[in-house]
Design a protein around this ligand. Structure first.
Ligand code: NAD
Length: 326
């Protein structure tokens, strides 16, 4: 079977694909050249991460496509229902990157409470100047600790639960809101021992006015309505920290900017943006925003888990198709 991984795949998975008799290419083909490439190379399985879009027009123009694989969770870059309607198998690897995203949330949280992102931006250009050094030491020497603070998690699925484990492990209190999950406890491993820890769901309004920080872990909204818009920012406890590693459209960025400027939101950390890959410049330049370029799932460990899972999925698919033919 001819496989093309347009947004890359781990070296381990490439080797495994070859070992299993697949022909795989991993060169990035620009979106506008992808249809021609797929048809010319007779690609049957197209593997993508979040960058490459697999929309109706591509699906219609590539009749040889049998499988679309998404390395990761969110499939909003793929017209899944349409593809399935045309008999194309669509698969993803939902659990493989939860830990990586959760660790990025904690990295941003630690950075926010100690102003690390601000001092990093300035130390490299001003740190050698004694007066600036002293001024930065004074400005950024008023940080807080995470221990004892309350984190509100919106979306208590795979990633939300891992964030809870890390936050609890760091001494934070955790509450969550989810439209369908109802967990009342989590299993957390400490040094080899598994401990059962109670967790509580609260209404969204309570989470907004009672927490010190809020982190979003819901899928992209289908109707495009943001989870945090004017109404939610109006209900927020003053000085809250906001972290978004879910999807750009989970937050109304205009309202976020207003909340940052008014002090309702003390600082925000964003890994995802409404207009990726060209986020709005005023948001990027805001002094109280800690930034990363959609790297939540992108760790070496997650890449390996994603690659391994895609190999398994494709081998199973090929076997199924072969048996079906036989
Ligand atoms: P999941 O399906 O396991 O959990 C999502 C949870 O959100 C579910 O429990 C669901 O009931 C809840 N939910 C959905 N809509 C809601 C709403 N409007 N209000 C409250 N709860 C709601 O998904 P997951 O694996 O935890 O991933 C969550 C999202 O994280 C993905 O859909 C993706 O958009 C994002 N993500 C981002 C990165 C990154 O690189 N930054 C990587 C992986 C995933």
């Amino acid at each position: 079977m001819r496989v093309h991984a347009n947004d890359g795949i781990s070296a381990q998975a490439q080797a495994a694909f070859k070992e299993q008799g697949f022909t795989i290419t991993v060169n990035f083909v620009p979106q506008e050249e992808l249809v021609a490439f797929i048809n010319k190379e007779k690609v049957e399985a197209l593997l993508v991460r979040s960058a490459t879009k697999v929309r109706k027009d591509l699906i219609d123009a590539c009749p040889g496509l049998k499988l679309i694989g998404r390395g990761g969770v969110g499939m909003d870059n793929i017209d899944v229902t349409y593809a399935r309607g045309k008999g194309i198998r669509v698969v993803n690897t939902p659990a493989s990157s939860s830990i990586s995203v959760a660790e990025l949330v904690m990295a941003h949280l630690f950075g926010l409470v100690r102003d690390l992102y601000k001092s990093n931006r300035r130390m490299c250009v001003e740190g050698h100047d004694a007066a600036a050094f002293k001024e930065m030491k004074k400005s950024y020497g008023k940080g807080a600790e995470l221990r004892g603070k309350t984190l509100g998690i919106v979306g208590f699925g795979r990633i939300g639960k891992w964030v809870a484990r890390y936050a609890i492990g760091n001494g934070m209190k955790v509450v969550y809101y989810d439209r369908s999950a109802t967990a009342d406890h989590l299993e957390v491993q400490f040094n080899g021992d598994t401990v059962r820890i109670g967790v509580k769901m609260v209404p969204m309004e309570e989470l907004l006015h009672s927490c010190d920080a809020i982190t979003l872990h819901v899928p992209a909204t289908e109707d495009g309505a943001p989870l945090l818009g004017a109404q939610e920012f109006a209900q927020m406890k003053k000085g809250m920290l906001v972290i978004n590693t879910a999807r750009g459209n989970s937050i109304d960025e205009e309202e976020l900017l207003k909340a940052l400027n008014s002090g309702t939101v003390k600082a925000a950390a964003l890994d995802v943006f409404e207009n990726e890959p060209t986020p709005r410049a005023d948001l990027l330049a805001h002094p109280n925003v800690s930034l990363s370029p959609h790297i939540g799932a992108a760790t070496l460990e997650a890449q390996e888990r994603i690659g391994d899972e895609l190999v398994e999925l494709l081998v199973a698919f090929r076997d199924e198709v072969t048996v079906g033919r036989g």
